[in-house]
Each structure stands twice: as C-alpha cells, then as structure tokens.
Design a protein around this ligand. Structure first.
Ligand code: A3P
Length: 273
C-alpha cells in the first residue's frame, strides 16, 4: 500500500522545537540541577540546558521566543525546562496554566533550613562582604528571636504558601514532589518515581550512577553523549559555613507549622527535623 502523504511521514522524522510538556519549577537549591541532569539521560526526554526564565522575566516575548529556546525533539520525546524561580513568583502559575493546563509540574523540596543556608552559601560565594547568615535571618538585635520573613532565602522555604498558589490552577496529581534529601542519597529511587510520573519507561536506574567519594555525591557513569563519568559542577554540593546551633533551632521552630501544613496538603511526610 502506498502511503498517501509520504512527505508527512518524512516530516515527522525531522526534529522540531516544541513548547515544554513538563517544568521543574523549583525549589531553588533543592537539587533542581541534579534532577534535570538525571532525567535528561532518558532517551525520550530532551531538556533546555540553561534556565530560560520565560514565565517570569521573558513572558512578554511570547510563546514563539520560548519555543525557540527549547531543544529540538523527535516525535514521542518530551520537552522539559527548569527555572527554579517559577515556584515562588506570583504570576507564574496562571501563565503556565494559560499556555498548557495539562503541564506536568515537578518540584524538588528540601528541608527549608538547609535550603536557606545553601542559598546563603551561594550568595556569599559571589559576594564575600555580605553579613553573617545569622544577622540576615533574624531581625536586628533580636538574638535569634524574630525571624526576618522579608529575607528572600527565608520566604522561599515557606513552601505551603507558594504551593497553595499553584493549587488554584493545577490539581495535586499534576504536581510531582521530589525529596531533595532522597535525591542526594538514592537518586535512582527518586528518578524511578519521576519516570513513572512522566509516563516514561524506567530506563534510568542505579546502573547510571556511582558514588564519588571525593565529591561526596552520586555522579553519572559514562553514558551516550558523555564519554567519561562526570559529576555536577563545583557550585553543586558546596560546603556550608558553620551556623550557630541556637539560630538553626529557632529557624526549625519557625518552619515547623508550615512544614506540617505542607505535609498535609501534599500527603507526603518529608521528615524534616
Ligand atoms: P548544596 O550545594 O548546598 O549542597 P540546585 O541545583 O537546585 O541549585 O540545588 C543544589 C543542591 O543540589 C546542592 O546544594 C546539593 O546538595 C544538591 N544535590 C543533589 N544531588 C546532587 C549531586 N548528585 N551532586 C551535587 N549536588 C547535588
């Protein structure tokens, strides 16, 4: 039987740039780069390499601009983009919904106290003159009493507040939560769940990872596209500065009720201290 439109069949073999099917929306310092690098090993996944910031910074440039920043895909491959600020920017959930109400959403979450320290560590690495963590996290002179909830690294960790804004637009079943802690200790198990959520065959397994004792993290064995084993870059898995234990305890107290609500809303106990 001669196909009626052989040229169409031919066309479907050409890679095309599509708007994303799935987004990693956060959280900043949760392990978003690790998640993206691990899931993009899958042959049915193509990911934008850098953070595109379409729904926050570049939204006025339009879908055409966004599509141009997506990787070429073959039929059947899914397109993923990660920009961790999406989770916390007010306008983003509605914009995502308007583009694609079926968008699959991924969020890596991590103990908000560790996340704040990780965020601070990143800031200090770029500007060594900023005050101590303890001086920024608490209101002036309150000696670890009043948490400064206006400081962005603190605000980001109130996950339930941000999640509630997303839930105005997307049902919970369309949002997959990855434990940042488990992603560190057992990446294959977390990636198995991510593959299930995305409707992908479980291709990425423990065989793709090895534990690098020098880095103290799991790294990737050699794979297609990488002729040698490789870890994430130096900016991932940094040493954190020592923080006063009373300050940490006070922050844990501050986050506890928000964490409990977050566990209730998601139905998952992340086990943060
Ligand atoms: P730290 O550098 O504070 O340890 P993001 O990519 O969202 O910025 O998250 C960075 C965090 O990813 C790192 O924070 C690190 O703990 C975590 N991470 C998870 N798996 C990792 C891995 N295999 N290699 C390096 N960092 C990893």
């Amino acid at each position: 039987r001669t196909p009626q439109y052989p040229f169409l069949r031919h066309q479907s073999l050409q890679p095309v740039r599509k708007l994303p099917d799935a987004l990693v929306i956060g959280v900043k310092k949760g392990g978003t780069r690790a998640l993206l690098e691990f899931i993009r090993l899958h042959p049915d996944v193509r990911a934008a390499g850098s953070e595109i910031h379409f729904f926050d910074r570049h939204y006025p440039k339009g879908y055409h601009w966004y599509r141009k920043h997506m990787p070429p895909t073959l039929e059947g491959q899914i397109t993923i983009e990660k920009t961790p600020s999406y989770f916390v920017i007010r306008e983003v959930p509605q914009r995502v919904y308007e583009m694609n109400p079926a968008m699959k959403i991924l969020v890596v979450v991590r103990d908000p106290v560790t996340r704040a320290i990780s965020d601070y560590t990143q800031v200090v690495s770029k500007n060594t003159t900023i005050p101590k963590f303890e001086d920024l996290a608490f209101k002036n002179g309150s000696q670890f009493g009043l948490v400064d909830t206006t400081w962005i690294p603190i605000r980001i960790g109130v996950y339930v507040r941000h999640l509630e804004r997303w839930l105005h637009y997307f049902p919970l079943k369309q949002i997959h939560f990855v434990s940042g802690e488990r992603l560190i200790v057992d990446p294959a198990a977390e990636i198995a769940n991510v593959q299930d959520f995305l409707g992908l065959k479980r291709v990425i397994t423990e065989k793709h990872f090895y534990f690098n004792t020098t880095k103290g993290f799991h790294c990737l064995k050699k794979s297609e596209g990488h002729s040698s084993p490789h870890c994430l870059g130096k900016t991932k898995g940094r040493n954190h500065p020592p923080i006063d234990s009373a300050a940490i305890e006070r922050l844990r107290e501050f986050y506890r009720p928000f964490n409990v609500r977050f566990y209730q809303v998601t139905g998952i106990n992340f086990g943060w201290p």
